[in-house]
Design a protein around this ligand. Structure first.
Ligand code: SF4
Ligand SMILES: [Zn+2]
Ligand SMILES: [Zn+2]
Length: 307
């Protein structure tokens, strides 16, 4: 079947769009969407030093590739690919792909180990949690902390993370199910509601593109990425939500985009609500880092794991 816009062979059928697209037109659509997210949210400034969280998966690989296309030649901007090695033996091989990508685009990769930062790997921590929380609960929190510490140490202005549209609506749905509506306020292309000098601003250039399209873009453009599956991902709440939302979108094409629109409306309402409540960012009693509670999540996790 041919592309709906030219005579080339199509590589994808976009049901929600009513079109089949060839490689060139798909790439164009994908890149336009990412540029629009960056432009409309005023995500970056022309002198930004940007830490790019590079896990080795398709999302962060595509994000780095596109940011390098957009800003790599700007001498006033800097991209620093940073990989946090969580110490999960089964996915260790992904470091090869991150290295290959950085070599391909000519950027120096920096790798930091979770064990060096907090004293244990995710593999070692498994089973140590007294309350039996899944690995993702603490892996995500600790990785975020280490990435922020690294970015701050590098005097970065932004931390770019590879969250795609699917991740964004999954987060919104999970918060909705948990009844934690205030957390929805933290979603959007620029993470968070209030600024704090110790928190490097986190941004999501891919949050308006579907996960399936990120994968296709990576394959069509020969971007090195790892398909290693994390062994701890299977039992997470997010995995269940992902399955439900995928099924919904198969039965009702376009549902994911509609959910994103609803999420965006909720985000601005919830931001107003959170600001009106007058909540302030506090300092953790243990480590002094910014938190909304007495103790930050990192310190709570460290207490549970370091038995
Ligand atoms: S799936 Fe969970 S445990 Fe595995 S790397 Fe991701 S957050 Fe960490
Ligand atoms: Zn075409
Ligand atoms: Zn703390």
């Amino acid at each position: 079947m041919n592309c709906s816009l030219c005579s080339r062979r199509s590589v994808v059928e976009l049901n929600y769009y009513g079109q089949r697209l060839c490689r060139k037109h798909f790439n164009g659509l994908f890149e336009r969407r990412v540029r629009k997210t960056i432009r409309t949210s005023r995500m970056f400034h022309s002198t930004d030093r940007i830490v790019v969280g590079l896990s080795g998966g398709k999302d962060s690989a595509v994000m780095l590739h596109i940011l390098n296309d957009l800003f790599g030649k700007n001498p006033r901007m800097e991209l620093i690919p940073v990989t946090i090695d969580e110490g999960i033996e089964a996915v260790k091989g992904r470091l090869k792909q991150t290295k290959a990508l950085c070599k391909m685009i000519g950027l120096e990769q920096r790798v930091y180990s979770l064990k060096d930062a907090v004293g244990f790997t995710v593999d070692e921590a498994m089973g140590r949690m007294k309350d039996g929380a899944g690995a993702c609960t603490y892996c995500g929190v600790l990785r975020r902390r280490v990435l922020n510490d690294v970015a701050r140490g590098l005097s970065a202005d932004k931390v770019a993370i590879g969250h795609n549209l699917d991740d964004e609506i999954q987060s919104a749905f999970m918060n909705f199910v948990r009844g934690d509506l205030d957390r929805i306020a933290r979603l959007g292309p620029i993470v968070g509601v209030m600024r704090n000098e110790r928190l490097v601003s986190r941004v999501k250039p891919l949050r308006d593109v579907l996960e399936s399209e990120v994968l296709l873009y990576a394959k069509l453009n020969d971007i090195p990425f790892s398909s290693f599956k994390c062994p701890y991902a299977g039992d997470s709440f997010r995995t269940t939500v992902k399955r439900i939302l995928n099924e919904l979108d198969v039965r009702h094409p376009g549902s994911k985009f509609q959910m994103l629109q609803s999420t965006d409306q909720l985000v601005s309402l919830m931001k107003e609500r959170v600001l009106a409540k007058g909540d302030t960012i506090r300092s953790c009693l243990v480590c002094g880092e910014p938190t909304s509670q007495e103790k930050c999540k990192t310190c709570i996790i460290l207490e549970k794991v370091r038995v």
